[in-house]
Write a protein that binds this ligand. Structure first.
Ligand code: PGA
Length: 275
């Protein structure tokens, strides 16, 4: 059976509100037309589309998602409420019908003091609230050149899993067997926003390695159900090939998700193989 493909756009800190709304409406309308014309298939669980939007826009976008696009936050605190100025919580995300959040994106690690432990605490809070969590991991250029990239990624995953204090399979999976709550996005830092993508061989071997790390940390059965996405300069011109690689269950897309036509083209070209 073909595994479901998950494509999530990460808008980062882009777009004023009117632009975000217009682009979002364009994307949902076009996807809805493509679905009606049977160019893509949302019904038989082959494809899941998400957009991780700036937190200020989450509530408006979730009103307009038409069940076609899942709305994600780009971050989420581990406490459900309290004196944490500038943060948003799972309680808030749920109250505006957001599906989940990215966790531990490399830009938050680089610019906002995110660590493997804090990423893990956010992960735990999301999963315990029944929200989706996409844990972002990936090595920097020095680690890749010193060939310590696998150890780096393994440490990121294991520390986050431990800090999440999640142990039960159902907490990772949630109630919908077709759409597990927990996913990992492998994003080599040197490939993010640089136009460089990892080679197909590098992507396949890292995804296989991540799957092995999950099998050892959790169980074989549970690990097999956890999607592993690739991120780092995924574009309409390379997405189809990347998404057809072994162990690649989807893509986390930054720059190419900002222009609706590019994002739509990327989705349509990548999902054509599933039809
Ligand atoms: P990019 O960003 O597609 O622009 O490389 C990916 C990401 O940061 O998630």
């Amino acid at each position: 059976m073909t595994r479901k493909k998950i494509i999530i756009g990460n808008w980062k800190m882009h777009k004023a509100f009117s632009q975000a709304l217009n682009d979002f409406v364009t994307i949902t309308e076009q996807l809805s037309c493509a679905s009606e014309a049977k160019r893509i298939d949302f019904d038989s669980n082959k494809l899941e589309i998400g957009i991780a939007a700036p937190s200020l826009y989450l509530s408006e976008l979730s009103l307009r998602c038409n069940n076609i696009i899942k709305i994600f936050s780009q971050n989420c605190h581990w406490e459900s409420e309290g004196a944490f100025t500038g943060e948003i919580s799972t309680l808030m995300l749920k109250s505006v019908r957001v599906s989940g959040s990215l966790v531990g994106h490399s830009e938050r690690r680089l610019f906002c003091g995110e660590t493997d432990t804090t990423a893990g605490k956010r992960l735990g809070a999301l999963l315990k609230s029944g929200l989706k969590a996409v844990l972002c991991v990936g090595e920097n250029l020095v680690q890749r050149e010193k060939e310590t990239h696998t150890q780096a990624v393994q440490a990121q995953i294991l520390t986050a899993l431990q800090a999440s204090q999640i142990q039960q399979s159902f907490e990772f999976l949630g109630s919908d067997p077709q759409s597990p709550l927990f996913a990992i996005a492998y994003e080599p830092i040197w490939a993010i926003g640089t136009g460089k993508t990892a080679s197909h061989q590098d992507i396949e071997s890292m995804h296989a390695f991540i799957s092995e790390v999950l099998q050892n940390a959790l169980s074989h059965n549970l690990a097999a159900k956890i999607p592993i996405l690739y991120g780092g300069s995924v574009k309409p011109t390379n997405s189809k090939e990347i998404l057809s690689l072994t162990h690649v269950d989807g893509a986390l897309v930054g720059g190419a998700s900002l222009v609706p036509d590019d994002f739509l083209q990327l989705i349509l070209s990548s999902s054509a193989k599933n039809s």
